[in-house]
Ligand binder design. Structure first.
Ligand SMILES: [Zn+2]
Length: 94
C-alpha cells in the first residue's frame, strides 16, 4: 500500500478485510445498515492492521474523524469534519 497524496495504490496482496474508515465503534455499523459504502476500504490483512494506527491514520485518510449516531428520525447523523458525511448526514440538535 503506497500513499500518493490521498490516493492509495494496491500493495499486490489480495484484499482480505473490510476496513471501516469510520470505525464500527464510532458508528460505521450504522452507516453499513443505511447502505453507505463511502467509509469502506478493502485491505490486505497486513495493511488493515496499519490502518488502525491512530498515530497517522487520520492524517492519511485511513480513518475518518468523528462519529455517527442514529438520529431522531431513525437515519444516520454524523458529527465530525468529513465534508462528504457532513453533507449527506448533517448534524442535528438533539
Ligand atoms: Zn496491503
Amino acid at each position: 500500500m503506497v500513499c500518493v497524496g490521498r490516493a492509495w495504490a494496491r500493495c499486490g496482496r489480495a484484499p482480505a478485510d473490510l476496513h471501516h474508515r469510520l470505525t464500527r465503534a464510532r458508528g460505521g455499523l450504522i452507516l453499513d445498515a443505511a447502505g453507505e459504502t463511502y467509509h469502506h476500504l478493502r485491505l490486505c490483512r497486513q495493511h488493515h492492521a496499519v490502518a488502525h494506527d491512530k498515530g497517522s491514520a487520520f492524517e492519511n485518510g485511513l480513518l475518518i474523524d468523528g462519529y455517527v449516531i442514529t438520529g431522531p428520525e431513525g437515519s444516520p447523523v454524523y458529527y465530525g469534519s468529513d465534508p462528504y458525511l457532513g453533507r449527506l448526514y448533517p448534524a442535528v440538535d438533539m
